[in-house]
Design a protein around this ligand. Sequence first.
Ligand SMILES: Cc1ncc(COP(=O)(O)O)c(C=O)c1O
Length: 386
Amino acid sequence: MGVSFEQARTARPTPEIAPAPTAGSKGMSLKFEIQPATNPASEKERAARLVDPGFGRIFTDHMAVVRYNQAKGWHGARVESRANFPLDPAAAVLHYAQEIFEGLKAYKRDDGGVNLFRPDANARRFWNSAERMAMAPLPEPVFIEAVEQLVRIDRAWMPGGEGSLYLRPFMIASEVFLGVKPSAEYIFAVIASPVGSYFKGGPAPVSIWVSENYTRAAIGGTGAVKCGGNYAASLRAQAEAIDHGCDQVVFLDAVERRYIEELGGMNVFFVFDDGSLLTPPLGTILPGITRDSIIALAKDSGTRVREEAYTIDQWRADAASGKLKEAFACGTAAVISPIGKVCSASGDFLISGGAAGPVAMGLRKKLVDIQYGRAADPHNWIRKVL
Ligand SMILES: Cc1ncc(COP(=O)(O)O)c(C=O)c1O
């Protein structure tokens, strides 16, 4: 028999679950205990898996783990063999989806060293996600240390060339209790997955499907944070995109159903005939770190960037009149993907004749060159791990 809502509500008042952030807790650091894997992949096995790693299918030998409970706060920081978590069937994450995650990459430089790109920004977004989901926020230095330690111990898994090591920090609610309330216990972990170049032979323009049946986020909801539930809710719309022969879905706002928000896992930019850029404003969309970096790089070169609402009807009209020159999606995984075609129930239209445009490609090169350490880093975005 389950627990009634009233029982759950009154069972254990837990106002201190997600302690109010203070400068002290936000800046707190922990020492990681390093326990190298006893049975890592052999050199031969690793080399074979790195030949064509794809995305998110193969994993390194280790993981970083930190635990939280109310008595100890964040504790037990370790880097250890990547292994299953023993999880009680009543663990809160399995029922009420208190889960958040991040995604960032480590890049191999030509001198053999390794760069992280803006891990502090991911740490801050993770903190914000935790707060929104009533989870215990993780101090920024612990987030960064966990990522760095994992990259160091698994450095042999760093792909060369245009490949990278995709890092996936995440946090789950692990308290064993069936009431609807914030969990009193959490597990934070980081795993790593070597990934190949997202596009073989250069970025291919993607086709996108405008979702008119499903929305992604409402004002006051969780659209601006990276919780697993957002992605679960997007899958039906993404499936609809695939059914219509498109690569990705683009969502409209949940109120008027006409303002462009973002793709299922990427932000979006528009390029106009006067050279200016437009991207939807923050609020219900994920504040992408690639989005923020593109805005900064474009402004550096004197390009006007507007963060303004833009409707699907205007997009169609601007594509037809030639006012719109390019559109592209952006995010950590693919960096920049040109958008070649937009499809919807009311008809399809092409952008830049369906080809990749020079502004998207120029910005992509600028960003990738900074990430791999091939260009100057005027904003101090790079953190050298090795
Ligand atoms: C919904 C959504 N929007 C945008 C992005 C792009 O964010 P970032 O540039 O930080 O990878 C992502 C990827 O994390 C995402 O999942």
